[in-house]
Write a protein that binds this ligand. Sequence first.
Ligand code: HEC
Length: 256
Amino acid sequence: MFKLTLSHTRSSARQFFCLALLVLFSSTALLQARAADITQDDLANELAVLLRSARLVISNNQELINDAEKGDKGLAPDKVVAQAKENYKKAAGKELTKAADGSQLARAQKAMLAAISEVMAKNQALINEKGKGFKGFLPAVFARQVAENFSAKMNGEISVKLTAPKELIRNRLNRPDDWEHSTFVQQFKNPNYAKGQAYSQVVGGTFRFMIPEYYGATCLQCHGDPKGEKDITGALKEGSKLGDLAGAISLTIPKK
Ligand code: HEC
């Protein structure tokens, strides 16, 4: 009786082991098959990081851009693209490598780099104008123009936008839609929400993704205190505090 039980136990242990191996192998195979095909979350995140990296070039050069004495600011399209790639490397911890040819990511990366380049080309005369200090060429303006240009290039396949909670909106073009509004209210403003973490959801077959942004010290000269006072752009300051939710980069990828 004892022997029988033992052998029975052994054989079920063997069966279990075989089953476990089978599960392990098939899931590895599945993972390998998917490795070339990145998730929509990864795709959206890659593009958000690239857009932020380009916008950082404008933030880092804001004083230069606002310089009334200097003509040529040296912010030619290729220079800005090169600096954006450097910033990307720091932010992502890896080089911006070209994705596999023909992939959606490769097309999107190409469109984003072209959008950055075209927006810079279009604004050269404004940026290089001598005798004019503040020119209204700001990170948020640059980001909006790049986002619009990119979304047009992707022709509805992927669209990107800079947005903010309703009460903070300065430019109506950046207004949140219903899903973006509820994501601000229910997720990003929730005190239990992990700061900085992206949020995504499939809504009616469309992939929606938002990554929140917060005010840093340099933002507050325009968005900070005293509330209601005019900032350099002539608009009214919102009275925001360091680290407050400022807005989000939002991506939409409709079902193919
Ligand atoms: C020199 C003033 C100034 C500074 C500095 C500034 N902003 Fe803004 N911000 C603006 C203006 C003006 C707009 C409207 C841009 C447009 O026309 O699209 C804006 C728009 C935005 C928007 C888009 C939503 C909207 O209101 O239309 C976000 C998000 C935002 N700013 C966040 C930031 C953050 C984060 C920083 C710091 C990293 C920052 N801003 C620094 C002036 C500024």
